[in-house]
Ligand binder design. Structure first.
Ligand code: NIG
Ligand code: FE
Length: 400
């Protein structure tokens, strides 16, 4: 163990009496990649983890949180969420549950509502959803545009997203909007030109919905390359509704992540296995569209890094709950609870190419949750139960 800090740091916070600490630090403790340590305390200074060590060595601190023997985990890293929108599509959901298929066609309904909303309405909706996610343990959340689809509406979507997240993603290529129907080349030109120019200052990433009915592989490649040329990192919505070239395109362009991965060929899995690209699985979407889940075991067996995220959006997956996604991943995709919890924390961090979150080690951000349970296992074992007792973000306890 590192030597405990000798000097008492002003503003320090000690979380002690931790029964089970998930560190996600390779080589730490038990549980393989989860790096589980037992009966430890964790010291926070200046928003960062300063020290983790055995209870007997507990240093002095200004404040103390007694974890009462519960499990403590890194905050969830939700690497895929569409939070900037107005309205909802509850009626579309009801129709789907009565047998209608999901096609993505409803995206245009949300585009209409989003364009009609004020900045303050959009901002309030993002704030509400981020707070909802935080209460369920999410301390990092990626936020996409994609329901504006005009230069002004994409730029303001990202400007608002950037008020809430460091990981903002330009998804001007979500669908071809109605006013460009039949003219996809013109729309792609506009996305790569004035729309990208207006959006890029507020974006870290670029994404495209590469799917039949959205953007084909040539358009998708052109859009992602334009984004890369101005310094944006690449992510792709790929192979959600059917097989296609999206996953291999993402790998070819060095994407941080390809997301959905519901319909994969052997070539897709091989491409992912030989690459640093993360496969982000979004089981909330299969749940809410009543589709078959992705084959997580096949990806894990091939050595692909797997992340779990919510895909929170009003159409295909209106949940902000990472615990719900973990429960689905375990029950429906046969991930072990340990694999699912890793994918929802360290996996999400990998999908966002971040090493400061999704892990608890000295120097990492003090983003963590205290469960109302003795073990991370309970997140899958007790589905639907609010097990997140307290959340710290940058070392600051979040109000509930
Ligand atoms: O990730 N696939 C494309 N985009 C979203 C759905 C958007 C919507 O239906 O509004 C998704 O599932
Ligand atoms: Fe999505």
């Amino acid at each position: 163990d590192p030597v405990r800090p000798a000097v008492h740091h002003p503003g320090s916070l000690l979380v002690d009496n931790i029964g089970e600490l998930v560190t996600n630090s390779v080589g730490e403790g038990e549980g393989g990649p989860l790096g589980i340590r037992r009966d430890v305390a964790l010291l926070v200074e200046d928003g960062l983890v300063a020290w983790i060590g055995p209870a007997r060595d507990t240093p002095a601190a200004d404040r103390r949180i007694d974890a009462e023997g519960a499990a403590v985990l890194p905050g969830f890293v939700d690497s895929h969420a569409h939070l900037v929108f107005a309205g909802d599509r509850a009626a579309e959901f009801a129709a789907r549950m009565a047998g209608e298929p999901y096609t993505g066609g409803g995206i245009r309904t949300t585009v209409g509502a989003t364009r009609a909303a004020s900045d303050d309405e959009l901002r309030a909706n993002v704030r509400r959803l981020r707070a909802e996610a935080m209460r369920q343990g999410t301390t990092t959340i990626e936020i996409k545009s994609g329901y504006g689809l005009t230069v002004a509406d994409e730029a303001r979507s990202l400007r608002i997203a950037a008020e809430f997240s460091e990981d903002t993603t330009f998804l001007g290529a979500h669908v071809v909007p109605a006013e460009y129907a039949g003219r996809p080349d013109d729309y792609v030109g506009m996305v790569c030109g004035p729309m990208l120019a207006a959006a890029a200052p507020y974006a870290r990433w670029i994404d495209v919905f590469c799917e039949r009915g959205a953007f084909d592989v040539d358009h998708a490649r052109a859009i992602l390359a334009c984004g890369q040329a101005v310094g944006l990192g690449v992510r792709v919505h790929a192979n959600q509704l059917g097989p296609g070239p999206g996953v291999r395109l993402g790998v070819e362009l060095g994407a941080a992540s390809v997301d959905h991965c519901t319909h994969l060929s052997d070539a897709d899995v091989d491409a992912l296995a030989g690459s640093p690209t993360v496969a982000t699985l979004l089981p909330g979407a299969e749940f809410s569209t009543r589709s078959s889940y992705p084959d997580a075991r096949r990806l894990l067996a091939a050595g692909v890094t797997v992340a779990l995220a919510t895909d929170c959006n009003p159409g295909s997956s209106y949940t902000s709950s990472m615990p719900f996604c973990i429960a689905l991943a375990v029950r429906e995709m046969r991930m072990t609870p340990a694999e699912a919890v890793w994918a929802a924390t360290a996996g999400g961090a990998a999908a966002l190419r971040r090493d400061d979150v999704g892990v608890l080690r000295p120097g990492a951000r003090a983003d963590l949750m205290i469960l109302d349970a003795p073990s991370y296992l309970h997140l899958a074992y007790r589905p639907g139960v609010p097990l997140i007792r307290q959340v710290l973000r940058n070392g600051v306890p979040q109000c509930r």
